[in-house]
Design a protein around this ligand. Structure first.
Ligand SMILES: Cc1cc2nc3c(=O)[nH]c(=O)nc-3n(C[C@H](O)[C@H](O)[C@H](O)COP(=O)(O)OP(=O)(O)OC[C@H]3O[C@@H](n4cnc5c(N)ncnc54)[C@H](O)[C@@H]3O)c2cc1C
Ligand code: FES
Length: 276
């Protein structure tokens, strides 16, 4: 049970941290009240680094995993740089979980096509592991993952685990590979993976998260593949402050990304100029 005042952060402790790349760390966080976060895949929290401020961060662990939850944080600015300097046992504040999350019940029985670019795999990982832990309720899943180069790949070991799941197919690519790096995988942008996936547009739903530039080209490729607009769920990022639909910072047309998103159905937002 979180604080009743949504602006009052819950005290929490960094239980462990793991360096994933030169700019991302995976933090395991436990609420000091001993409870689980009880989030839905695709929801985010407002993470407070005391004295430095708050930043919205997607919960990357699945709610099927009780106890501590996980955040994958890229060090880019005031709050995230501070967090990267913090250590096991240090205190943070947590507000949330906020946002709508992915429609896990609606997606039951469907085939899923996950398309993640870079850090966009973080919110997708929550849903991927949720689907893995409830495999009997879902059809086949295909996971496509693209990064700028091999050293940027996140959750490398977990990707190997997903590959071994009966109902999962996985493919990945990097935009480019430095000559001195050993990489036997594909080189090219993530959209090049889509034509290689054999999926049925009528039963398949795409779940997409990545850098802003990615969406336009992924949408073009899904148009080519005849995937209906309303079979595409996107998780969007906007600069946020309150996280709860009060300040207007994250507005896209009539929507507040923090309250009405961050997950949107493409059919709903495709005509909003600022959305993609
Ligand atoms: C729903 C959601 C989920 C997210 N999930 C994750 C996640 O899982 N992991 C993760 O690492 N990040 C995630 N982010 C992004 C993260 O919230 C931002 O990177 C956040 O700004 C980091 O806060 P900061 O204080 O460290 O950086 P800031 O100090 O806010 O700086 C971040 C960047 O923005 C620039 N900047 C600062 N102020 C402005 C401004 N007013 N206008 C434009 N640019 C500005 C800075 O130069 C810097 O490059 C998510 C964002 C959203 C909205
Ligand atoms: S962050 Fe305040 S309305 Fe969305």
């Amino acid at each position: 049970m979180m604080n009743e005042n949504i602006f009052d952060p819950e005290k929490a402790t960094i239980v462990s941290e793991l360096k994933l790349t030169h700019q991302e760390k995976l933090f395991k966080i436990q609420l000091d009240n001993g409870e689980s976060l009880n989030h839905k895949p695709g929801q985010f929290v407002e993470l407070l680094a005391p004295g430095y401020g708050e930043a919205p961060i997607s919960v990357t662990s699945s709610p099927t995993k009780k106890g501590p939850f996980e955040l994958c944080v890229r060090s880019v600015g005031t709050v995230t740089n501070k967090l990267h300097q913090m250590e096991e046992g240090d205190k943070v504040g947590i507000r949330g979980p906020f946002g709508n999350g992915f429609p896990v019940d609606f997606l039951e029985g469907k085939d899923l096509l996950f398309i993640g670019g870079g850090l966009g795999i973080a919110p997708l990982r929550s849903l991927i592991n949720y689907v893995k832990d409830n495999a009997e309720n879902y059809g086949e899943s295909t996971i496509l993952y693209g990064c700028s180069e091999p050293s940027e790949r996140l959750f490398v070991d977990e990707f190997s685990t997903w590959r071994q799941c009966d109902d999962f197919r996985c493919d990945e690519t990097v935009d480019s590979c430095p000559v001195d790096v050993d990489w036997e995988g594909k080189v090219g942008v993530i959209t090049e993976l889509i034509p290689g996936v054999d999926f049925h547009p009528a039963t398949t739903y795409a779940i997409i998260c990545g850098p802003p530039i990615m969406y336009k080209f992924v949408m073009q490729e899904l148009d080519e593949a005849n995937l209906p607009d309303d079979h595409r769920f996107l998780s969007l990022e906007r600069r946020m402050k309150c996280g709860v639909g009060e300040c207007g910072h994250c507005q896209i047309g009539e929507y507040y990304v923090c309250r009405d998103g961050p997950v949107f159905n493409y059919a709903e937002i495709k005509d909003e100029e600022e959305a993609l």
